[in-house]
Design a binder for this molecule. Structure first.
Ligand SMILES: *[C@@H]1O[C@H](CO)[C@@H](O)[C@H](O)[C@H]1NC(C)=O
Ligand SMILES: *[C@@H]1O[C@H](CO)[C@@H](O)[C@H](O)[C@H]1NC(C)=O
Ligand SMILES: *[C@@H]1O[C@H](CO)[C@@H](O)[C@H](O)[C@H]1NC(C)=O
Ligand SMILES: *[C@@H]1O[C@H](CO)[C@@H](O)[C@H](O)[C@H]1NC(C)=O
Length: 413
């Protein structure tokens, strides 16, 4: 067991850095083309997605990413160059044990880990759902709540801190009021973390990445889903007795957190609560019909959860009944959600080992562009409430995606 900067772990695991990244440049648009795609995306997302799909070699697979990006791959923990004057809080570290967490931070900056909120399942089993929250606030000053998912490393403290750094940019560059934003990052640990010691006896925990698909807790007798935990957080912040002046909840996720967020947006039914969604660089999507851009022959489960909703029995119990009862209504609800899809134009790696994901495209950027055309197709025109943010010269880089100025404006204003 030892302390290590989280990012080094992520980079090594995600990219296998040793292999040469010589083919990355082959499927990248030039700087001026990237800028043009960005601009086009703000007014005509479908045309911009088509321009992405026309990038030479974009359909080639690749497990690597980050060539010729504005922020080099190992500088995720630093301020972005376009906000160099803005306060940056360094990211908290935690103690790793192999690929699991031996400890998680109890507090950092203005954040504390809330360890007293309980959630009870249908059978009456009660568990604690821990979450980070910037806890020094005056409730009546809170106008907006951001709920941010972790990435594949279940690193909620890092995402809380990165979102807080993006908030600093919003305050400094967009006049967003200090003390007006609540940032909440639920802790979704797994059985490996339990073994390594970071999961207290009463905490919810999940099997592998089950939290990202609306899976049920892995606790004894556990039938609570990760999506029900998000519901409970949303209920908490939208309770006018707690936060009388709250105007909006923004659900945020990057990478596996973006996948989780999109899946939640597909299945959840939060009535008319004012919620918007931001998905940055998901590695795959829950598609809304059984069409895919690539041949599905030999890939029988391509439309099963979490990559599709064609097989209702495979879907998280959280949304299964609703899906069976009214699939069209569920799809329509998703298409009506206020959403920004943000895609790094140099995030052209991330080829998956699963055919269910790869029939959506060969790499993250191509999958994202294909999904934009899919939305247009299913909706009969691009959904009015959706925005697309193609981010020039940023790759699979969490903080640069969150700190992108169009993202900051969308999330905080
Ligand atoms: C990085 O991308 C540039 C094009 O933007 C290309 O000229 C260069 O060869 C690429 N480098 C690698 C290592 O792929
Ligand atoms: C930082 O501040 C300096 C001095 O006020 C200003 O000239 C510069 O444009 C600022 N840079 C950014 C990225 O805002
Ligand atoms: C933890 O969250 C609950 C809401 O679920 C809140 O009522 C409580 O005050 C919080 N505890 C602390 C110590 O902030
Ligand atoms: C799980 O259920 C069994 C059988 O109902 C019960 O004996 C046991 O105490 C439960 N465990 C927990 C942690 O609630």
């Amino acid at each position: 067991m030892y302390y290590r900067n989280f990012l080094a772990l992520a980079l090594v695991a995600a990219t296998g850095l040793a292999s040469a990244n010589v083919d990355l440049g082959k499927r990248q648009a030039s700087h001026s083309e990237q800028k043009a795609i960005h601009n086009q995306g703000t007014t005509d997302p479908v045309a911009a997605a088509k321009a992405v799909l026309a990038i030479k070699n974009i359909g080639e697979q690749g497990s690597l990413w980050a060539n010729d990006s504005l922020v080099s791959g190992d500088e995720n923990g630093k301020q972005v160059p376009w906000a160099s004057n803005v306060t940056f809080h360094s990211l908290p570290a935690a103690q790793v044990d192999g690929e699991s967490w031996a400890t998680v931070p109890d507090s950092f900056d203005s954040f504390t880990l809330n360890k007293t909120t309980k959630i009870t399942d249908r059978k009456g089993v009660q568990l604690t759902m821990p979450f980070y929250i910037n806890s020094k606030y005056t409730a009546s000053n809170i106008k907006r709540a951001i709920i941010v998912w972790p990435g594949m490393w279940r690193d909620s403290w890092r995402y809380a801190a990165m979102t807080n750094n993006a908030y600093e940019i919003a305050k400094s560059m967009y006049g967003v009021e200090d003390g007006s934003v609540l940032i909440i990052a639920p802790l979704f640990l797994n059985e490996g973390d339990k073994q390594s010691g970071s999961v207290a006896d009463d905490y919810v925990f999940f099997k592998d990445a089950g939290w990202s698909v609306g899976g049920t807790t892995h606790n004894e007798n556990g039938t609570i889903t990760s999506f029900a935990i998000i519901d409970k957080l949303i209920d908490y912040v939208t309770n006018t007795r707690e936060f009388p002046n709250l105007e909006k909840v923004v659900m945020v996720g990057h990478s596996l957190g973006a996948q989780a967020n999109q899946r939640y947006a597909v299945l959840s039914d939060r009535g008319n609560k004012p919620i918007s969604y931001w998905f940055g660089n998901p590695g795959a999507y829950t598609w809304l019909s059984n069409k895919r851009p690539d041949s599905t022959s030999g890939c029988d489960n391509f439309d099963s959860w979490p990559n599709g909703i064609g097989n209702a029995d495979s879907v998280s119990v959280y949304g299964r009944r609703r899906l069976k009862k009214n699939k069209d209504g569920l799809v329509q609800d998703f298409l009506n959600r206020e959403t920004m899809i943000a895609l790094g134009l140099t995030d052209n790696g991330g080829h998956s080992s699963s055919c269910e994901k790869n029939v959506q495209g060969a790499n993250r950027l191509q999958k994202g562009a294909n999904f934009i055309l899919h939305l247009n197709d299913v909706n009969g025109g691009f959904p009015e409430q959706f925005k697309v943010n193609f981010v020039p010269r940023v790759s699979h880089q969490d903080y640069p995606m969150l700190a992108n100025l169009d993202t900051v404006q969308y999330i905080f204003t």
